[in-house]
Each structure stands twice: as structure tokens, then as C-alpha cells.
Ligand binder design. Structure first.
Ligand SMILES: [Cu+2]
Length: 147
């Protein structure tokens, strides 16, 4: 009896990672970083395509190449001033897409571990609300890249 209860508890713990691996349904396309001088924060952009039948919620990101990776949204007020603020989550709808792109959602990269140059590839790991993760290679492109 006691052992049975333990087993059910254990299976309940396992269930979320077995059934709801949000990262497994995400395809990351057009992943790139706009390279800026080392002391300035760089923006990382990617299109997330959710091929699953439930929403996937991006909650954080990290990379060995940067001391800090934050999820940001750029906004422009009616006077034309642009600003950005932190997001604690970004929902990719079921069978939908979200684009992280210049002047919109982006990953803000700070404290580069080493100097990077155009053509380099930087891996950034995206973490989703269920704890699942997706490692995405981002191409480093020059500051003047249009998109
Ligand atoms: Cu930013």
C-alpha cells in the first residue's frame, strides 16, 4: 500500500516532462545576433515556429558566450521614442509563430565571454515553462545587417 502510493507520486512527478515537452514542438528559424562593439549589449533574433497542438511559453534563455541573456520587447511611443522593457514570458501559440526581430521582441545579450566576429556561431539555450529546453545556434552578423 505504502509502496503503491509512492509509485503514483513518482509517476505524477514525471508526467509533465513526458507529456508536455514544449521545446520538442518548436522549430527555430533565422536565428542571428547583431554584433555590436563588445561593451554594448547585442540583440539576438529568431523565429519560433510551434508545430505542437498546445502553446509553448518561453520563460528564459542562457548562453555560455554571454554573462546575461534577457528577454526584451522594444516599443515606440507616439512621439517616436523607442524604449525596451523586460518580459518574463513569451507565448508561442499552438500551430503558430512568434518572431523575435529588430524593433520588437529580442534577446538582449550582455557581458560577452570573449570577442565575437561576423560568421561565428553562438549557441543560446531557450527554456520553456515546463522546464524543457532547446539549444539554438545563432549566426553572428555585422551591426549593419538589415534583417
Ligand atoms: Cu533589449
Amino acid at each position: 500500500m505504502k509502496r503503491h502510493a509512492w509509485l503514483i507520486g513518482f509517476m505524477t512527478l514525471l508526467a509533465p516532462s513526458v507529456h508536455a515537452a514544449q521545446a520538442d514542438h518548436i522549430k527555430a528559424n533565422h536565428a542571428w545576433i547583431r554584433l555590436l562593439p563588445t561593451n554594448l549589449p547585442a540583440g539576438a533574433y529568431v523565429t519560433l515556429d510551434n508545430q505542437g497542438s498546445s502553446a509553448a511559453t518561453l520563460v528564459s534563455a542562457h548562453s555560455a558566450a554571454y554573462g546575461s541573456v534577457m528577454l526584451h520587447q522594444s516599443t515606440t511611443d507616439p512621439a517616436g521614442n523607442s524604449d525596451m522593457h523586460m518580459l518574463d514570458r513569451l507565448v508561442v501559440p499552438a500551430h503558430g509563430q512568434v518572431s523575435l526581430a529588430p524593433a520588437s521582441y529580442h534577446l538582449m545579450l550582455q557581458q560577452a565571454a570573449r570577442p565575437l566576429k561576423p560568421g561565428d556561431t553562438v549557441e543560446i539555450t531557450l527554456s520553456f515553462a515546463d522546464g524543457s529546453q532547446l539549444a539554438v545556434p545563432f549566426l553572428v552578423r555585422p551591426a549593419n545587417t538589415a534583417d
